[in-house]
Design a protein around this ligand. Sequence first.
Ligand SMILES: C[S@@+](CC[C@H](N)C(=O)[O-])C[C@H]1O[C@@H](n2cnc3c(N)ncnc32)[C@H](O)[C@@H]1O
Length: 333
Amino acid sequence: MSPREVERVREIQGDFADVKLPELPAVPGMIKPSEARYLYWLASTEYLGHGAVVELGSFLGASATHLAAGLRDGGLGGELHCFDRFLWDRDHAAKFDLGIEVGEDYRAHFEQNVRRVYDGVRAHSVELSELTWDRGPVELLFVDAPKKFAELEATLTAFSPHLEPDQALLAFQDFAHAPSYAVALVIAGLGEPLELKHVVAGGSTASFLLREPLPHDARAWRELDFSRWTRTRMIDAFEGLAARIRLDDVRRKLAPGLAMALWDVGAKNEALARVRALDFDEPLQRHWQRMAGGPLYERYDGLFLARGFTRPAPRGNALTRFVRGLLGGKPGE
Ligand SMILES: C[S@@+](CC[C@H](N)C(=O)[O-])C[C@H]1O[C@@H](n2cnc3c(N)ncnc32)[C@H](O)[C@@H]1O
């Protein structure tokens, strides 16, 4: 076994603070600093060179830049294939100013950001539902777009025939993002073939080493569809996986996902009881406050209210804030 293969056997749950990043261009993105360090470390020291590195969900290239720099510095080369629809949407426009219109293609921005780091990057403009792959084994699959069962099913359908046991590592950026609970449930449903390897503190990424081939057929995917499971199975699967997370911040972030899953299948009382019993620390409190201001509030209003989060009123202009002030409301209320 090479030193990299030996290293692969270790389970690491931490913030990867000892990873020294090279100088890299600043790229706007949605990953946390600990996740950036992790991705660089993964591609530079864990990658064995047995297959391609694939990223699903690239946005402007923040995560891709770190994977790309890792491949560049790791000495094994390797191609990085990045899949995204690369179309600027309202959510992007609300958070970032790229000077382009909603609906415009931003792939050229992605390519410009990542190519200056490494030229082995290939961008693919595609909808997740249309994913296909015919370029041989995939060794690192970084998943940062599929969040719902159908998208995860499309991902597994396209890639599972190309994932080799003991070599392929699957990293899920949304693992601990509670509204993306489908990621955890599908991983739990796959069971034994996926061995927990890395959990990134301060972020929501967890990675799994493939130990046995994944099933390829539609019947197996139907089995994974947790909306058909009993509630007990759903709870046991989620809690069994969550119990393996030792990092408090990640476990706390993930936990409300089960309440959201139960809410979505109509088990509202059980969902409410669970969300009330959760341990919310200060960062999670802030995270939920931010979520309460977005589209998730409509869907999970009961859960937000049960934790005391109301939808923040629109900020309004200076005049409405002045009038509200006269009437006794707080600014921004
Ligand atoms: C969370 S962002 C990725 C963030 C990125 N990894 C980073 O480091 O900043 C998710 C990306 O997935 C893409 N995406 C979401 N749903 C998609 C779909 N159905 N098909 C293709 N791309 C999709 C979005 O365009 C977006 O760029």
